[in-house]
Design a protein around this ligand. Structure first.
Ligand code: ACO
Ligand code: ZN
Length: 174
């Protein structure tokens, strides 16, 4: 089991009962539950083998957040891309945020902040030159989250999504 390091967030749903949220690495057994969160919270769906290949290749940065009963309430997954730098032949390592989501009932507790911070720390072993992501221009909540981590909008990708919406391409130098 890849339950190497656990991070606890304390929260309360009735102002008296403090409960922990645990952040740990995703395992293959977690994938079905991760897919449930993705399908509830995001319009972009991926086949099982896509999640599996991300988990196989970048397990350190594939994290889940669980409630006190072990239910998965959020996840984050990244991939690392080795690409030529702009205007140069030098290769750089890009940490590409593939997907992050938190169940509605568990939002605004710091879950996304915890999984984003921990996964970016775990990506250090890849010597990341730049973190990158795409986000819907209408996704004010997620844009706010990324700005909180000092991501800035590098450019707009026109009609990036299947429904025609544009994406902000946001980047961050570590
Ligand atoms: N309104 C404005 N800003 C918000 C809101 C909100 N309702 N919720 C979160 N934020 C921003 C704030 O900057 C917040 O910091 P603050 O609390 O100090 O103000 C920051 O995000 C962190 O909040 P968290 O509590 O850590 O975020 P949460 O756990 O609620 O998850 C997330 C945020 C993942 C965006 C969640 O709303 C979600 O799952 N949304 C649907 C899925 C989604 O849009 N994912 C991103 C798609 S893009 C991609 O995956 C590359
Ligand atoms: Zn992307």
């Amino acid at each position: 089991m890849a339950t190497d390091k656990e991070t606890r967030i304390k929260y309360s749903d009735n102002f008296s009962d403090i409960k922990p949220i645990i952040v740990r690495r995703c395992t293959q057994e977690d994938l079905e539950a991760v897919i449930v969160v993705n399908e509830k919270e995001l319009p972009e769906d991926y086949p099982y083998f896509f999640y599996k290949s991300i988990l196989d290749n970048y397990p350190e940065a594939f994290l889940v957040a669980c409630n006190d009963r072990g239910k998965i309430v959020g996840y984050i997954m990244w991939r690392v891309e080795r690409t030529p730098a702009l205007h140069s032949l030098k290769l750089v390592n890009k940490g590409h945020l593939v997907s992050i989501a938190v169940l509605k009932e568990y939002r605004r507790l710091g879950v996304a902040t915890a999984i984003l911070a921990n996964s970016m720390k775990n990506l250090k072993k890849y010597k990341i030159d730049e973190f990158v992501l795409e986000v819907r221009v209408s996704n004010y909540t997620a844009v706010n989250l990324y700005q909180k981590f000092y991501f800035t909008t590098h450019s707009i990708k026109e009609k990036y999504y299947r429904d025609g919406e544009n994406a902000y391409y946001m980047t961050l130098k570590p």
